[in-house]
Design a protein around this ligand. Sequence first.
Ligand SMILES: Nc1ncnc2c1ncn2[C@@H]1O[C@H](COP(=O)(O)OP(=O)(O)O)[C@@H](O)[C@H]1O
Ligand SMILES: [Mg+2]
Length: 412
Amino acid sequence: MSLPSDLRDRSILIVDDTPANLTLAVDLLEQQGLRLSVAQCGDEALRRVAFAPPDLILLDVRLPGIDGFEVCRRLKSAGGATAAVPVIFMTALTDVADKVAGFAAGAVDYVTKPLQLEEVLARVSTHLRLATMRTQLVEQNALLLRENRERREAERVLQQYRDSLELQVAARTAEVRELAAHRETTREDERRRIARELHDELGQSLTALRMRIALLRVRFGADVPGLNEEVRKVTELADRSIAVVRNVATTLRPTMLDLGIGSALEWLVDEFRKHSGLDCSLTLDLEMGGLEEPHATAMFRIVQESLTNIARHADASETTVALRCSERECTLLVEDNGCGFDPVAVGPQSFGLRGIRERVLSLDGQIEIVSRPGGHTCIGVVLPRTPHDPGATSALDGQFGSAMADNPPAAA
Ligand SMILES: Nc1ncnc2c1ncn2[C@@H]1O[C@H](COP(=O)(O)OP(=O)(O)O)[C@@H](O)[C@H]1O
Ligand SMILES: [Mg+2]
């Protein structure tokens, strides 16, 4: 047998007080290219290993001074490179107790004296190979640990970056939402102002004009031929103009809103019935005498957009609107038994539903749209009456009508 070429330049320390007995073994190992050194007692062996740890130690049990077991124990308890050096005991064939004690002291193997050269070479070769593999494993493990540490650090940095991005996005979204809410309030104020001016100024002027024309007829009708007919035509024109002014003013902002959300919704539902020809029931449960601004306008606009959607898209035969206001919150449900739709699939151009959602969120409310193609549609909204009311979070639970029960909920 010969030693594999990659193990040839390894160093071996032989510890024996009568090295002359080992000449044959030493010769054989040197012929294989191994570098040998000899120590004749335990203390010398420990000094040599501490100075330059060999790749393997062949250790006799019986030595002058400290014996082989003690040498082995001290090497193993030294830690580091010293402890990692594999130790093979050299022991007499019959000394079973020695063999066991050698393993207990930390040896990896034993060879029996007198030494069998082929056996010594085979065991030395095996343990040099094992030690090499062990060193590689330790190195690989260290590399893995370092990579793992680096990966965890990279993940931590990434997570930090993600968290900060999320915070930025949340802050930006809140800003945009605030801006949208502010613009909505401004727009609503502007509508109210224009509606009032149209009604009070233009409406009054047209009414005055109509009265003056009527006076013309009273004063000169008998004297001027054809005047009565002209006055009738101009009066008709004035009436139509007054109706247009009222209509435009009402569309901008129904005056009924100033009478409270209840009256405004009654008017809205009435208009819906008239214009769509659909059945629509309205249920109002207004504890605390209705709703203050901006909640009243928000609820009104949400119902307005929902009814417009029903008229335009739902092909429904029945519609219900229910508004309930308690001291803490107000809940709105608008349901229809029409064709339904997939709320998740509505495109970015769905400004109606998006507007509803934004109104609700800007008032710290909750919205749920339950619908599916072929099923019915229910829009549920809860607005807390005091800002950031955590009690309102469960208010939508169990609110949907039985007709909607087979539709899975979907967020708006
Ligand atoms: N009650 C409803 N029944 C059926 N489909 C609806 C209903 N409400 C909304 N939709 C669907 O959701 C889409 C988005 O609505 P919306 O955001 O109001 O935009 P728009 O009405 O301008 O299309 C509609 O185009 C329609 O397909
Ligand atoms: Mg719409």
